[in-house]
Design a protein around this ligand. Structure first.
Ligand SMILES: Cc1ncc(COP(=O)(O)O)c(C=O)c1O
Length: 384
């Protein structure tokens, strides 16, 4: 593409933002700059690049691309989603406080409760679907509200615009973990949030072949801090991984469309299946967050959870499926099926899990882009 892709459509920016052809060779794919250091022209003179922990051209390209897709001012790539969330939390000082969606990814819970509590960062776990609960939880020392929406695995939906408005009134910033929907379906900065978090391991990378994370910022104060943290802590995304995420982003729009088409068919099938006691999917018209989801996103995503009533029933399905893979993670081209209580949410204490509805009979599916009849057949025989 000649010229600047800003102002173009989402899929165009996913393919071109930050990825102008290589000026020396014309290569259309951004080269993997597999180098740790860069020669300086003379002593005492630093040019654009000096050391790859600080900056790398492949990482620059990915960071510009994700900033464009999330309508942010800057992007920052880290070695995992957890490294990105850790970088976000380095903005906090001891005794400061954060309000977090009660049903976030188990790793975020573990980071705050078992690591950062040692540094006296205080977290309140709040039902952020309830605006009054968010309002009540904000205190003088609150620095952030961290939303995950939809949540994992209960698919709770928080209203990003309403939470941002009430947090900003109190001088509190808002970060949104947008891993589940990707910027193709939801763009929190456009809704008023200050920072967006992604585990690029999931839909952004999309092929279950790399671990990574990004932060996208609206404000320069956050962007400059995250650049400083990349340099000072060093958990940056390696050039090859940046290449893989960029390669994944090029097909994000078409993948998400197929993910959603397949999910709609599976939801239709499961709604009618007698073995399914309850289905959690924000696209269901009677799902608690359905209207908020319709307002703030252009789709419902490819994650759903089903309640089968007992561990035995869940185990039967998990053991029997042949096309779906029993595995942690989500957002890949392949359908992944998991048991949150013993896998993704094992770090969450049993009584907390029970309060959230993460029962022994709950199964989560990340719907992939395989042939839909194969997925439906797999569920049919797994649940029979
Ligand atoms: C919503 C969400 N955020 C963050 C993470 C952490 O990302 P990573 O595994 O890349 O460290 C995950 C991982 O499953 C996740 O599901």
């Amino acid at each position: 593409m000649k010229g600047n892709p800003s102002g173009r459509g989402f899929a165009t920016r996913a393919i071109h933002a930050g990825q102008a052809p290589d000026p020396r060779t014309g290569a259309v794919a951004v080269p993997i700059y597999q180098t740790s250091t860069y020669v300086q022209p003379e002593a005492g003179v630093t040019v654009e690049y000096d050391y790859a922990r600080v900056r790398n051209p492949t990482r620059d390209a990915l960071e510009q691309c994700v900033a464009s897709l999330e309508s942010g001012a800057a992007g920052h790539a880290f070695s995992s989603g957890m490294a990105a969330i850790s970088a976000l939390l380095t903005t906090m000082r001891s005794d400061e406080h954060i309000v977090v969606s009660r049903n976030v990814y188990g790793g975020t819970f573990r980071l705050l409760e078992q690591v950062l509590d040692r540094y006296r960062l205080r977290a309140s776990w709040v039902d952020t679907t309830d605006l009054d609960a968010v309002r009540d939880a904000i205190e003088d020392g609150t620095r952030w509200v961290l939303l995950e929406t939809p949540t994992n695995p209960m698919m709770e939906i928080s209203d990003v615009a309403a939470v941002s408005e009430l947090a900003h009134e109190r001088g509190v910033h808002v970060a949104v973990d947008n891993t589940f929907l990707s910027p193709y379906l939801q763009r929190p900065i456009e809704l008023g949030a200050d920072v967006v978090v992604h585990s690029t391991t999931k839909f952004m990378g999309g092929h279950s072949d790399s671990i990574g994370g990004v932060l996208i910022t609206r404000l320069e104060e956050h962007a400059s801090w995250f650049r400083f943290i990349q340099k000072s802590v060093g958990a940056v995304l390696a050039p090859f991984e940046c290449f893989l995420v960029m390669r994944g982003l090029k097909t994000l729009a078409v993948r998400m469309d197929r993910h959603e088409q397949n999910t709609a068919r599976i939801v239709e099938f499961l709604t009618r299946h007698p073995a399914v006691r309850k289905l959690y999917y924000p696209g269901l018209p009677d799902a608690p967050g359905h209207s908020v989801q319709k307002k703030q996103a252009s789709g419902f995503g490819a994650l759903l959870s089903l309640e089968l009533g007992s561990f035995a029933a869940a185990k039967k399905l998990l053991d029997r499926v042949e096309v779906m893979s029993l595995a942690e993670s989500l957002g890949g081209v392949e359908t992944l099926i998991s048991h949150p209580a013993s896998m993704t949410h094992a770090a969450v204490p049993a009584e907390r899990r029970a309060a959230l509805g993460i029962t022994e009979g709950l199964v989560r599916i990340s719907v992939g882009i395989e042939t839909i009849d194969d997925l439906l057949g797999d569920l049919e025989q797994g649940l029979s």
